[in-house]
Design a protein around this ligand. Structure first.
Ligand code: ADP
Length: 584
C-alpha cells in the first residue's frame, strides 16, 4: 500500500480536503445552531419587555387568560410564530396547557427547565443548544400570585433542516473535492514521479555501464537541479571509469605479455589472478577455487601462506621445483592494499636454461682443472723422479725429459685452445676479410699436409673432387684450421689400414666438404653432446692421441662465424661422416 509517490500525494490531498471539510462542516453547523438559539433568545427578550409583561398581568387581573391570548396573538410576527414555533398559555400552578396555538405539537409536552423556572415566578430563558427544542417561559402575575405562564416553544425543525441542507451541500462539495484531489494529486504526483522515473531509468543504464544515456529534464526546480547534478555525476563517473579501465587494460596487457609468470592469491588462499605465461610454465588446468597451500604442495614446493605472511622475512622467499622437466623458480611476496597485507604475489620463472648454463659453467671449470691437473701431475712426478735419479743414466733422463716436454706441449695446446674458444665466445677472434678461395685447391693442399700422418697408420687418404673448381668467399686460414681438425680426427679415430675419403660438392648456394672414415664411429647416445667442450667419447683414447676435447667445439664456433655449419653422422663401429658446409 502507498507504494508510489502518486498514491501518497493523492491520499494526502484527500486527507487534507476531508479535514478541511470536516472542520468547516462542524464549525458551520455549530455556529448556525448557536446563532439560531441566540436569535431566538434576543427575539423573546425584545418582545417580552417589562411593559408588555405588566400589560399582560393587567389583562389577567379579571381572572381570565383571554386578554393574555389576545395580546400575544397580536405579537405573532415579532415572536416569529410559524409551523415550527408555537405559543401556549400554561397554568402557573400545574404547568398544564390552558390553550395553545398548535394542538398537535402540544400533546404530551414535557415540563422543560424554563417552565419549571416560570412556575417559581422567574422568567425561564435559559438556552441549551444540546436540547432538541428552544423555549421561553414568562410568568404572568406577582411572585406570590402567578396565575399563568406565557410559553413559546421552537421545535428546531427549521434549523435542523437548514443544517441538513448545509451538510448535504458540504458532502457534495466533499465528493467534488475528493474527485478534484484525485485528479490534482495524480497530476502533481506525475510532475514529481515522471522525472524521478526518468532518473531511475538513467541510473539503471549507468549501473549497466551505459554512460551515454543522460537525463534531459529541463526545469529550474529542485528536480531540474537534481537532474543536472545527476548528469554531471554521470559524466564524472564515466571519466573515472574510463581512466580506471584504461589503467586496468594497461596492467592487464602488461601481465598478459610479461615473459614472467604471475600468480596472485588473496588472504584466504584463493587464486585471484594468473597470466598466460604462468599457465604455460606450470602447464596444468587452473580452477577458480585453486588454493595456495594445496597447489604448492602439489607442485612440490614446501611453503605455506603462513610462512610468507606471518614470519617476517627480510630476504626474498624462493622455492625451486621441477615441473614437466622444467626447473621452475617461484618468488613469493605479500602485497598490500590500503596498508594492509591483502594477499600474495608469486612470480614464476623458468630457470632451466639458467641452471643448465650454471651446470655447464661448473662442469667446464671442473674439466679445465682436471685436464690441466693430469699433465701437471705427470710433470711433477717425472721431475721428482729425475731429481732422485743417478746423474749418469742419460737414456732414462732423456726419456723422462721428453715426457715432461710432451705434457708441457699438451698443456700449451689446452691453454691455446681455451684462449681461442674464449676469443670466439667474446667475438674477439679476428677474421680476415673474406677472399675468394678455390676449395678444391685448399682441400687438396690439406690432403697433402696430412698425408704422412695417415701414412703412419697405413691409412688411405683420398680426395674426390669435381673437375670444375668450387670457389667460396671465406676466411681461408680459419676454414683450413677446421678442415685440418676434422681430417686429423678422422685419422686419430680410424684404425690402421683404414680409409678416409674426402669429397667436395656444390649444391645450390653452398659448398660441402664431406670427410668420411671407416673408423671406430661414435655411439648414438654420444652424438648430441659431441660439440660440447671437453666432451669425448673415450677419454683415455683421446688423451692418448693428444686430443684436448676442444677441437670440435672450436670448429663448430668457427663455422658459425663463417656462416656455415658442421654436421656429424656416425655409426658406432662402422665409421663417421663429418659434413662441413660453407656458403658460396
Ligand atoms: P679431441 O681432441 O678429443 O679429438 P674433439 O673435439 O676433436 O676432441 O673431438 C671430440 C670427441 O669426438 C673425440 O674425443 C672423439 O671421441 C669424438 N670424435 C671426433 N671425431 C671422430 C671421428 N672421426 N670418429 C670417431 N670419433 C670421433
Amino acid at each position: 500500500m502507498f507504494k508510489s509517490i502518486q498514491t501518497k500525494i493523492v491520499t494526502i490531498f484527500i486527507l487534507v480536503i476531508l479535514s478541511v471539510v470536516t472542520v468547516i462542516g462542524t464549525f458551520m453547523t455549530t455556529n448556525i445552531v448557536k446563532l439560531y438559539n441566540d436569535e431566538f433568545s434576543v427575539m423573546m427578550e425584545q418582545v417580552f419587555t417589562p411593559a408588555l409583561v405588566s400589560e399582560l398581568e393587567k389583562s389577567a387581573e379579571n381572572g381570565s387568560y383571554d386578554g393574555i391570548w389576545d395580546i400575544i396573538s397580536s405579537y405573532i410576527g415579532p415572536l416569529g410564530i410559524d409551523t415550527y414555533r408555537f405559543y401556549s398559555i400554561l397554568d402557573a400552578k400545574t404547568g398544564n396547557i390552558l390553550c395553545t396555538s398548535d394542538e398537535t405539537k402540544s400533546v404530551n409536552m414535557e415540563k422543560s427547565d424554563n417552565i419549571i423556572l416560570a412556575m417559581t415566578g422567574k422568567t425561564g430563558n435559559t438556552v441549551n443548544t444540546q436540547k432538541a427544542y428552544m423555549d421561553y417561559a414568562v410568568p404572568i402575575g406577582t411572585d406570590d400570585d402567578t396565575r399563568y405562564i406565557v410559553y413559546v416553544k421552537d421545535t428546531k425543525d427549521e434549523i435542523n433542516s437548514i443544517t441538513r441542507n448545509v451538510l448535504f451541500i458540504l458532502i457534495e462539495a466533499l465528493l467534488a473535492s475528493v474527485l478534484i484531489s484525485i485528479l490534482l494529486g495524480f497530476f502533481f504526483g506525475r510532475t514529481i514521479t515522471k522525472p524521478i522515473r526518468d532518473l531511475t531509468k538513467s541510473t539503471e543504464h549507468i549501473a549497466s555501464g551505459k554512460f551515454d544515456i543522460v537525463s534531459n529534464i529541463k526545469s529550474n526546480d529542485e528536480i531540474g537541479i537534481l537532474s543536472d547534478t545527476f548528469n554531471y555525476m554521470s559524466s564524472a563517473l564515466q571519466h573515472t571509469v574510463n581512466e580506471m579501465n584504461s589503467e586496468k587494460n594497461k596492467v592487464e596487457t602488461i601481465l598478459q605479455n610479461m615473459t614472467d609468470g604471475i600468480l596472485a592469491f588473496n588472504l584466504s588462499g584463493r587464486l585471484i589472478h594468473i597470466n598466460p605465461e604462468a599457465k604455460r610454465l606450470i602447464g596444468r588446468n587452473f580452477y577458480d577455487d585453486l588454493q595456495f597451500d594445496t597447489f604448492f604442495k602439489e607442485v612440490g614446493a614446501d611453503i605455506s601462506m603462513g610462512n610468507i605472511i606471518y614470519i617476517k622475512q627480510t630476504n626474498k622467499i624462493e622455492r625451486e621445483t621441477v615441473i614437466g622437466g622444467k626447473v621452475i623458480r617461484f618468488t613469493f611476496a605479500p602485497f598490500n592494499l590500503e596498508n594492509k597485507i591483502s594477499g600474495i604475489i608469486v612470480m614464476v620463472h623458468d630457470i632451466t636454461n639458467q641452471q643448465r648454463l650454471e651446470n655447464a659453467r661448473r662442469e667446464f671449470v671442473a674439466n679445465v682443472s682436471h685436464e690441466l691437473r693430469t699433465p701437471l701431475t705427470t710433470v711433477k712426478s717425472y721431475a721428482e723422479t729425475l731429481m732422485d735419479m743417478p746423474p749418469d743414466d742419460k737414456d732414462i733422463q732423456n726419456r723422462f725429459l721428453a715426457t715432461i716436454a710432451a705434457e708441457a706441449d699438451r698443456m700449451t695446446r689446452i691453454v691455446k685452445d681455451l684462449l681461442t674458444l674464449s676469443r670466439l665466445d667474446e667475438g674477439q677472434y679476428q677474421m680476415k676479410p673474406f677472399e675468394r678461395v678455390n676449395l678444391s685447391e685448399l682441400v687438396s693442399d690439406i690432403v697433402e699436409k696430412m698425408f704422412f700422418a695417415a701414412k703412419e697408420k697405413h691409412q688411405e687418404l683420398s680426395l674426390s673432387a669435381k673437375k670444375t673448381p668450387v670457389y667460396v668467399m671465406t676466411d681461408r686460414d680459419k676454414l683450413e684450421q677446421v678442415i685440418i681438425n676434422i681430417v686429423s680426427n678422422a685419422i686419430k679415430y680410424t684404425h690402421e689400414n683404414g680409409k678416409i675419403e674426402i669429397s667436395i660438392e656444390k649444391v645450390y648456394k653452398d659448398a660441402y666438404i664431406k670427410v668420411r672414415d671407416n673408423g671406430i664411429g661414435i655411439p648414438k647416445e654420444n652424438l648430441p653432446r659431441i660439440f660440447e667442450r671437453f666432451y669425448r667419447v673415450d677419454n683415455a683414447r683421446s688423451r692418448e692421441t693428444g686430443g684436448t676435447g676442444l677441437g670440435l667445439a672450436i670448429a663448430k664456433q668457427i663455422m658459425n662465424q663463417l656462416g656455415g655449419n658442421i654436421v656429424i653422422n656416425s655409426t658406432y663401429g662402422e665409421g663417421t661422416d663429418v659434413i662441413i658446409s660453407v656458403p658460396l
